[in-house]
Ligand binder design. Structure first.
Ligand code: FAD
Length: 699
């Protein structure tokens, strides 16, 4: 049996596993990712992309591909029974509150997004640098470098954590045995031969890992085929979905807690033939007594229907459903009843599945900060609110940079515990939200205010609208930790740990995502979304809001902060090697700089008129650093001023910063605010304290 060493081993290449691979490929960390299936998802499964997810994907350069190909959700229409029991359009609301993000919610099937991930992962590498030339005898400059590749038809069979090594983060403390499968062993049985069905992934189906292990085990006995290997990893991440093998391997302490409901839902992805007038809008339809349905218009004339199956029951103590009773025809018939008197038929069905609503969350998200659980492996709930894939990717978006920077010796390893602190809270909020939303959506509409067992349709519409901050992902607010300095923490902690003054930047609360606003480049007047200058490349951003720096007082504070950063802070923490593709919005990454850039990236946003400032002579050099190969950096100074073609971004207003006071906002590599402080010497001390708790100084 062979033995290999790797920094990170990822089990499962669904949305969570791919997001993690992308981070680690951008950070150049040696990583392996294995999946039991022969290929990625090709149709069906998740399709809704929330605003925050699009912002995250955009920071990797994938957002625009999704934005262009996807169908955009603009409006939600509510259909409810009238006094005679006939469904009628009762109201229309915007799909999400306008102005929360530069994106709106879109839908595109999971398989396309997985393809975009794979393309982006291929652009990065670890090992030797392809720009240094083509290896002899090879035409491909990437031949000597290594991309992270998905190793398919592979399952883990054994996992052990060496607890004696738990304090040593350089040690390969986790040992995993991997078994390589044949294609036949890794291919799930389809329920119907001529249609893609998703039942094998649904929670109505048992997991097939046990069966796979038995079949492949007997092959190994017969053939003596030594297709097993041992991998020693510094970290292992279970991204292996709701039936997670990794979670089970960690033992009963890691079991999920929660409940399974009686509600059974079917899903059809079809090109509908119908006279229902709102079929190209997102609709919530509650019928009087035939259940509820959600309509999601998709790309390529497809429409997804989520249909409550009132005639299929969960039976017995285990509340399990006989899934042989569910076919596309059963689901269509249920939909036709709900939509009656409107007609619904189809010729083309792209995919279908059925599931039972269950709401569960894992007790622990990590074992000793060496093995982590993410995505559906630690939280499952109803798919209708379009959260699962989004929250799963957000889990690994949170974990990826932390793990990557620890592997590179930059981040303090103890910070890995913030993964569970931050993401378990979100998973619990998600389950609470789903509990409420699912019952409101699956319940029978109340006939009148005296009908206590029915659901009030006004209450449903109100709950839907109020939930936007949560469902869009924009309302996430992480708890205080070394990575999130909030205001007014107790004085003992505050003496060692930085504290924020959030009033200085009212829309940049510590723990929430730093929003984007449009600003102009000082150098050439081009309008930019500030997020486009904050790509996911593993660096921390110090956004210095200098205020109106045409006043000498503000200019001198801005330059004092600049000098502190240049002479004290940046040299203390050193630089980071950026991978190709790390700046998806400019071609800057094509050119090799003389020195690797600092792990702390400084951006200045000022509010003086653009033509009153001379970048090279008025400002400290930290804001336009010199590179002996590339000259001055013109890409770090921005102005809150009117543009020639795209109006005024009003960035100071959007960030809630007073132009007479200014502020410093420290943004983590995942775009969440870590600290808000002032542009004074006290502010410098808070910044220093914050980084002391987070980064390892260079030797
Ligand atoms: P998965 O997507 O389940 O990926 C797990 C991966 O691990 C798979 O590739 C699997 O092959 C692999 N794997 C499993 N076990 C092993 C093993 N032992 N060894 C090796 N590999 C293994 N979410 C949304 O956000 N928006 C939506 O609109 C939405 N719609 C949905 C509609 C339906 C009908 C369903 C069923 C789900 C929907 N979801 C939606 C939920 C979403 O699909 C999941 O939450 C999401 O896929 C979870 O991602 P994941 O990476 O954690 O797990």
């Amino acid at each position: 049996m062979t033995t290999a060493e790797v920094d990170v081993l990822i089990v499962g290449a669904g949305p969570a596993g791919l997001m993690l691979s992308l981070w680690l490929s951008r950070l150049g960390v040696t990583t392996r990712i294995v999946d039991k299936r022969t290929g990625k998802v090709f149709s069906g499964q998740a399709d809704g992309f929330q605003l925050r997810t699009l912002e995250m994907l955009d920071s990797f350069g994938i957002g625009e591909r999704i934005w262009k190909e996807a169908n955009h959700m603009i409006e939600v229409v509510f259909w409810n029974p009238d006094p005679k029991g006939v469904i009628r359009r009762s109201s229309r609301v915007p799909d999400v509150i306008p102005g929360l993000s530069r994106f709106s919610q879109v839908v595109l099937h999971q398989g396309r997004m997985e393809q975009f991930f794979l393309d982006a992962i291929r652009k990065s590498y670890y090992g030797s640098d392809p720009s240094e030339g083509t290896p002899e005898g090879k035409s491909d400059p990437f031949a000597a470098s290594k991309h992270i590749k998905i190793e398919r038809c592979v399952i883990p069979t054994k996992l052990e954590v060496d607890e004696s090594l738990s304090g040593n983060h350089d040690a390969h403390a986790v040992t995993v045995t991997l078994r390589h499968l044949t294609e036949a062993e890794a291919t799930p049985t389809q329920k119907l031969s001529n249609l893609s069905d998703g039942l094998f992934r649904s929670n109505l189906a048992e997991d097939d890992v046990e069966d796979i292990l038995k079949t492949s085990g007997s092959r190994m006995d017969k053939t003596g085929d030594a297709s097993e290997e041992v991998v020693k990893a510094r970290y292992v991440v279970g991204c292996d979905g709701a039936h997670s093998w990794t979670r089970t391997a960690l033992g009963p302490d890691f079991a999920m807690v929660g409940e399974m409901t009686d509600f059974i839902w079917g899903v059809l992805d079809i090109v509908p033939i119908t006279d229902f007038p709102d079929i190209r809008n997102r609709c919530m339809v509650h019928s009087e007594s035939s259940g509820s349905m959600m309509v999601i218009p998709r790309e390529n004339k497809l429409v997804r229907l989520y249909i409550q199956l009132t005639e299929v029951n969960a039976e017995g103590k285990s509340k399990r459903v006989d899934r042989s009773k569910i076919t596309p025809d059963t689901i269509l018939k249920a939909a036709q009843k709900i939509l009656s008197p409107y007609k619904l038929e189809y010729h083309y069905c792209d995919w279908w599945t059925a599931y039972q609503i269950g709401q569960r969350v894992g007790r622990h998200f990590s074992k000793d900060n060496r093995v982590f659980l993410t995505g559906d492996a630690v939280h499952t709930h109803s798919p209708k609110a379009g959260q699962g894939m989004n929250v799963s990717m957000q889990d690994t978006f949170n974990l990826g940079w932390k793990l990557g920077l620890v592997c590179k010796g930059i981040l303090r390893p103890e910070l890995l515990s913030t993964y569970e602190l931050e993401r378990k809270q979100i998973a619990e909020e998600l389950i609470a939200f789903d509990h409420k939303f699912s019952r409101l959506f699956s319940g029978r509409p109340a006939k009148d205010i005296l009908d206590e067992t029915g659901v009030s349709m006004e209450e449903f519409t109100k709950a839907f609208t109020l939930s936007h901050m949560f469902t869009t992902g924009v309302g996430i607010n992480y708890q205080p930790s070394l990575l999130v300095a909030k205001e007014g923490e107790d004085s003992k902690v505050a003496a060692k740990k930085a504290t924020s003054q959030p009033k200085l930047a009212k829309s940049c609360q510590p723990g929430t995502r730093f929003p984007s606003a449009k600003v102009l480049s000082q150098a050439d007047g081009r309008p930019w979304e500030l997020h486009h200058k904050m790509s996911s490349d593993g660096r921390f951003r110090m956004v210095v809001f200098g205020g109106d720096i045409s006043s000498s007082n503000h200019l001198s504070n801005t330059n004092a902060m600049g000098e502190f950063l240049r002479t004290k802070l940046l040299p203390k923490y050193g630089s980071v090697k950026l991978s190709p593709g790390s700046d998806p919005h400019t071609c800057a990454s094509k050119f090799k700089t003389a020195k690797d850039p600092s792990i702390i990236d400084v951006l200045l946003v000022h509010a003086a008129p653009r033509d009153k400032i001379e970048m090279l002579t008025d400002l400290d050099e930290v804001y336009h650093r010199f590179d002996e190969k590339l000259g001055w950096d013109y890409d770090r100074v921005f102005v809150d001023d009117i543009s020639y073609h795209e109006g005024h971004g009003r960035a100071y207003e959007a960030y809630g910063v007073d132009i007479c006071k200014g502020a410093v906002v420290l943004v983590r590599p995942d775009g969440y605010v870590g600290l808000v402080t002032e542009l004074s010497e006290d502010g410098q001390k808070e910044v220093e304290k914050w980084f002391d708790g987070v980064l390892r100084p260079v030797a």
